[in-house]
Design a protein around this ligand. Sequence first.
Ligand SMILES: Nc1ncnc2c1ncn2[C@@H]1O[C@H](COP(=O)(O)OP(=O)(O)O)[C@@H](O)[C@H]1O
Ligand SMILES: [Mg+2]
Length: 259
Amino acid sequence: MGTLKLENLHVALEDGTEIVKGVDLEVGLDEVHAIMGPNGSGKSTLSYAIMGHPAYEITEGRILVDGEDVTELEANERAARGIFLAFQYPHAIPGVTVTSFLRSAINATRKARNGGVDDPIAIPEFRKTLLGEMDRLKVSRELASRYLNDGFSGGEKKRVEILQMAMLKPRFAVLDETDSGLDIDALRVVAGGVNELVGPEMGALVITHYQRILDYITPNYVHVFVDGRIVETGGADLAKKLEAEGYDPFIPAATGAEA
Ligand SMILES: Nc1ncnc2c1ncn2[C@@H]1O[C@H](COP(=O)(O)OP(=O)(O)O)[C@@H](O)[C@H]1O
Ligand SMILES: [Mg+2]
């Protein structure tokens, strides 16, 4: 076992527009899959649908975690089953500190895994883990007591997303353009965090427009994603090819009469 599986996944917006048009994908533990696609191809829509965002409707197909169909489950129920999404545009939550947010998130997951019975993490254990992860991911300690993402720089937001991932220890992490807007230092920290966590207990789906982050995270598989579909799958070398040639060879209209 140990798979996140998408079967013929179709996703539509609230107005009915279909954005994701039949995706088949199987991510195992200890695997990194990269999804690379141009802007507007539906990458964020795909990641929201995996997480269970209510504005993105799965109109056909299924999502399975370790064989269990989670297609109809709410986002929090999917989180309890080990799915995690690092957002492309993390939201600020004024009034909620990073520390209290993380503790609530951990306790919600622990409760769900404990058959719905509260099982809060002991404060000393929480603090020790938090400080250890913050040091490891080079998140400044001062951020812990600030309101989540409120006034954070782009790099700080992305580091805090990775901090969340390190604290929650999901089984399948989806990273939606976590590389965008990062300087090389922050990119290294983010990639280093992913590399350390991917292993027998976690697999990752790294969604990106640019090949850059894949210089630091070597994917087992690269999927080219155009117009809501995976149009080609290969190894890490496919990312290099995309860097050199761009997406045009994969876009039907671009190779047609107008190209
Ligand atoms: N909540 C939304 N409301 C309206 N349009 C949306 C919404 N989410 C995505 N779209 C549209 O769906 C298409 C795919 O967007 P998105 O999934 O963000 O692509 P990508 O992440 O690959 O850039 C775009 O045309 C975008 O404008
Ligand atoms: Mg996006």
